[in-house]
Design a protein around this ligand. Structure first.
Ligand code: GTR
Length: 421
């Protein structure tokens, strides 16, 4: 009897609809929903020019995502000091320059430090730069022994042998397959990366990370409409852009902000807010990223808020199993990036991230790109696997799993060559 009561209680606390095993994977069961029109204001006014979009519709959509989804950034910038920790003009066998730049933010008696690892091709001036976070430290993206191992907290990882929430030498180069540095440099691009855990440790704890620098006296948690971790990671990307646009060797470079999965969500939010980013790439970003929430396919708002209560602002909880109440959907997040080049990528086996939902968001964002005479996704029909649509608003679905692969990078470089050179 006691057991039964406990079991019923558990069911109540973890409703079936929000558990991973019970996710909706049958297209026939996707609910009918109305796609919020990016070109009609919340008050019902139809938008037909780029200037009304920019001055009226874009700000109200941005405001909505800020208050209801990701949470507001703090109004002030803390004091920053930058220090070049290391520089090598003959990195990667002589083809690149490598820099490691420490950024320290301080406010009152608190401070936070993150380190940018930057590679630039030696022979190309003002090379466009791909900027994106890594999951397990800068030293995991390359075998180069000079790349520093972060001392920040990390999630343990059985596959990588990470224990005690500590990064070590052992994982040097462990994620290099996701970072084809030689290919990127040979194509004439730079690469900047940061360990995301240095900006905000990925755990439901708001006493650490960048949030803590902004609390008012006695505050311990962001308010309902204040930033969660995704917005904190986006903030770190903005601050990295501050550095890149000041630094002599990068100040004239175009910066393409990119990210995979949760870091793809952060890249989209960073790109939506900060128009200094010349282009944005979302790799398998899924729920709360490029995928349409109202489809409730794969990961849903309830599931994501339950597993990662710190990612979004508290207001987003209102939409758990209540997607119809949302006045926006993720295609409008994508539309905020228009007319800048935007690439949405899915993987066929990544059903949790809802590839079709990611495709549809790109499709439904297209009218906004068209307002600016830019091309997006021409039809509701999903392209065949491994057949990219390389327009200003680009999309591909590749075969395989949730990951960043050589194939993805080949397409990103081809697309960047077309739209950013
Ligand atoms: C999953 C999460 C996804 C995605 C992914 C990742 O567990 O449900 O939203 O962000 O993690 O970041 O790898």
């Amino acid at each position: 009897m006691k057991l039964l009561v406990h079991f019923t209680l558990l069911l109540f606390l973890y409703p079936m609809s929000s558990s991973k095993a019970q996710a909706l994977y049958d297209e026939n069961n996707v609910p009918f929903f109305k796609v919020p029109n990016p070109l009609t204001t919340f008050e019902g006014e139809k938008i037909s020019t780029a200037s009304v979009w920019k001055n009226k519709r874009r700000p109200e959509i941005l405001q909505y995502f800020t208050n209801e989804v990701y949470g507001a950034f703090p109004a002030h910038k803390p004091h920053l000091s930058s220090k070049i920790l290391e520089k090598d003009h003959n990195a990667l066998g002589g083809m690149a320059k490598r820099l490691q730049i420490e950024q320290t933010f301080s406010r009152d008696n608190k401070s936070l430090t993150f380190t940018i690892l930057l590679y630039l091709p030696k022979e190309v001036a003002n090379a466009p730069i791909f900027l994106g976070y890594n999951f397990f430290g800068n030293h995991t993206v390359t075998d180069e022994t000079e790349v520093l191992v972060s001392t920040a907290w990390t999630n343990n990882n059985a596959l990588l042998g990470i224990t005690n929430h500590t990064l070590t030498e052992q994982t040097r180069g462990a994620k290099s397959s996701r970072w084809p540095l030689t290919q990127i440099i040979e194509a004439g691009y730079g690469l900047a990366t940061i360990y995301y855990g240095e900006v905000d440790p990925d755990k439901n704890d708001f006493s650490d990370g960048i949030h803590a620098l902004f609390y008012q006296n006695g505050q311990q948690h962001p308010k309902e409409n204040e930033w969660g971790s995704i917005a904190a990671w986006a903030w770190g990307l903005h601050r990295t852009m501050d550095f890149l646009e000041r630094y002599e060797e990068t100040k004239n470079s175009k910066v393409i902000v990119f990210g995979h999965s949760r870091l793809g969500k952060a890249a989209l939010w960073a790109g939506a807010n900060d128009e200094r980013f010349a282009a944005v790439i979302s790799n398998n970003s899924g729920c709360g990223g490029a995928a349409m929430s109202k489809r409730t396919y794969g990961e849903t708002i309830a599931t994501i808020n339950q597993r990662f209560p710190h990612w979004f602002c508290s207001n987003f909880q209102k939409y758990n199993n209540n997607e119809t109440a949302l006045e926006v959907d993720q295609h409008q997040l994508l539309a905020l990036i228009a007319p800048r080049p935007l690439y949405i990528a899915s993987a066929e086996e990544d059903r949790w991230a809802d590839p079709k939902g990611e495709f549809l968001a790109a499709y439904y964002a297209t009218p906004v790109y068209e307002l600016f005479k830019k091309k997006g996704i021409p039809s509701l029909e999903m392209p065949v696997t491994n057949t990219p649509i390389l327009n200003t608003l680009a999309y591909h679905i590749r075969s395989g799993k949730h990951d960043i692969t050589e194939y993805d990078w080949e397409q990103y470089i081809k697309w960047a060559n077309r739209f950013l050179r």
